[in-house]
Design a protein around this ligand. Structure first.
Ligand code: SAH
Length: 240
C-alpha cells in the first residue's frame, strides 16, 4: 500500500514536471520527449525512485554535454565519448550515483571527474553548492563553457588532481567520484563530513568494477550499497 502511494506521488511529480517543462520549452527543446522517455524507461523502470533526481535528469539538457555529432544519441542507454579518451556516463549510472549521494538543498557536494560537466549539472539541480574537479584542463574548460551557457553559475569547477580532493572547500556532505580508483583516496575520506556519503567505483581499469556507497559513521567509512559497473580509470597521483 505504501509502495503504491509512493509510486502514485512519483508519477504525479513526473507528469507535473514534464508538463511544466513541455509548456515552457515546447518549441525550444525538441529533446524533451526523449528525455522523458529516458526517465521512465531507463531510470524508473530500473528502480531509481528519488523524485528530485528523476526531475533533475528530466530537466538537464544532456545533448548539450556531448559532441554535437552525437547529440542524437545523448538520451540513449549508454555512455558516450566526450574527447580526450573519456566518456559521459550512462544516464542510469548518473541517476544512481545522484540518488545514492542523498543530496539535500544546501548540501556541499564534491564531484571528482568533471568530464562533460553533465553530472555536475544534475547535482546543481539538487543543491546550490557544487564543486567539481578534473585532471584534464581541456575538459574543465569545455564543461565550464557549457555550464555557463546553461546558467549553472552555482557550480565551481577547476582542473587539478581530484585524488587530493578540494581541501580549501572541505568538508563535504557528499563526494562522488566518476572514475574508477583502486582504493578510496585517503584525502576524500578525510574531507567527508560525519554522516556524509561517498559514492565511488573501485576496481581494476577496464575490467569489472564495483560502485560503492559509503557513509561516514563515527569517523569511519561504512559500506552500504554496491553495484557492478565499468568506468574509465581515476589517474592516481604519485604523491608529487
Ligand atoms: N562525470 C563526468 C564523466 C567523467 S569521466 C560527466 O558527467 O561527464 C571521468 C573523468 O575523470 C575524466 O574526465 C577524467 O579526466 C577524470 N579524472 C581521471 N583521474 C582524475 C583525477 N585524479 N582527478 C580528477 N579527475 C580525474
Amino acid at each position: 500500500m505504501i509502495m503504491i502511494s509512493r509510486l502514485l506521488v512519483l508519477i504525479a511529480l513526473l507528469v507535473l514536471g514534464s508538463g511544466l517543462n513541455q509548456a515552457a520549452a515546447q518549441d525550444s527543446d525538441p529533446y524533451q520527449q526523449l528525455r522523458d522517455q529516458m526517465v521512465t524507461r531507463q531510470l524508473m523502470a530500473r528502480g531509481v525512485s528519488d523524485a528530485r533526481v528523476l526531475l533533475a535528469l528530466g530537466k538537464v539538457p544532456r545533448h548539450r554535454f556531448v559532441p554535437e555529432r552525437l547529440a542524437a544519441y545523448a538520451y540513449a542507454d549508454h555512455a558516450l565519448p566526450i574527447g580526450s579518451g573519456q566518456t559521459i556516463s550512462q544516464p542510469y549510472i548518473v541517476a544512481i550515483m545522484s540518488e545514492w549521494a542523498e543530496v539535500k538543498p544546501g548540501d556541499k557536494v564534491l564531484e571528482v571527474g568533471t568530464g562533460s560537466g553533465y553530472q555536475a549539472a544534475v547535482l546543481a539541480e539538487l543543491t546550490d553548492k557544487v564543486f567539481t574537479i578534473d585532471i584534464r584542463p581541456e575538459l574543465v574548460e569545455q564543461a565550464e563553457k557549457v555550464l555557463r551557457s546553461l546558467s549553472y553559475s552555482q557550480i565551481k569547477a577547476k582542473s587539478g588532481d581530484g585524488y587530493q580532493g578540494w581541501p580549501s572547500e572541505a568538508p563535504f556532505d557528499a563526494i562522488l567520484v566518476t572514475a574508477a580508483a583502486s582504493r578510496v583516496p585517503p584525502a576524500l575520506e578525510a574531507q567527508l563530513k560525519e554522516g556524509g556519503r561517498l559514492v565511488i567505483p573501485l576496481g581494476p581499469a577496464g575490467r569489472a568494477q564495483t560502485l560503492y556507497r559509503y557513509r561516514k559513521t563515527q569517523g569511519k567509512l561504512v559500506e552500504e550499497k554496491t553495484l557492478a559497473v565499468i568506468f574509465v580509470p581515476l589517474v592516481e597521483s604519485t604523491g608529487k
